[in-house]
Design a protein around this ligand. Sequence first.
Ligand SMILES: [Zn+2]
Length: 207
Amino acid sequence: MKRVIHSLHIIAIPLSFLLFLASSILWFRSTKVLDDHSYHLSSPTHRTYTSLGLRTQPGYLLFSWSHGRWDLRADFLRDDPLSEENLAANPFHPRPGFNHRTTSSRASGWSFWDRQRLRIDMGTLSTPHHMGGFGSISYGDVSFPPWFFPAISSLLPLLYFRRRLIRARRQRRGLCPTCGYDLRTASEICPECGTARQPTSNPAVSS
Ligand SMILES: [Zn+2]
């Protein structure tokens, strides 16, 4: 179990660091341009339309999703935003598959404190055919302040570097790097926690 946790740790730190870099770049980029990534898929067989989106703008980073299901094929064929007919009628609608649009950034219009909040909005609309509707749709979006991911993902790497610093400092002072026990008079193994003593001047020893 300890091994598993240790190997998870080994993977989590570089991953977290990568996430930190990527989200920091996104944060910086969001102040200059508005990025709109989205994925759209419709299925005539299942009469469904699904879209996923990620948008960055000064003030927030927004994930959104929606999934609609039509009761009748005829209704679906009329409404499907990705049908050739509807795409021709609305040339600005994203195409099937992945889409990316970059435009110059606009402020979100939210006040400073509005922008520091996590917002979640989701719901379901259901108007079945027998009630005069088309079917059902579920939708939602979550928006994060742009600093949220850089802040969260910096925690693990910061803790890691802090621990490295503490260990290095203990070793320099002749203390056990793991628990801080004074090893200057002790043998090769820490009597407190059992950590093997490492030579202070390190002649190419790998652990
Ligand atoms: Zn120790």
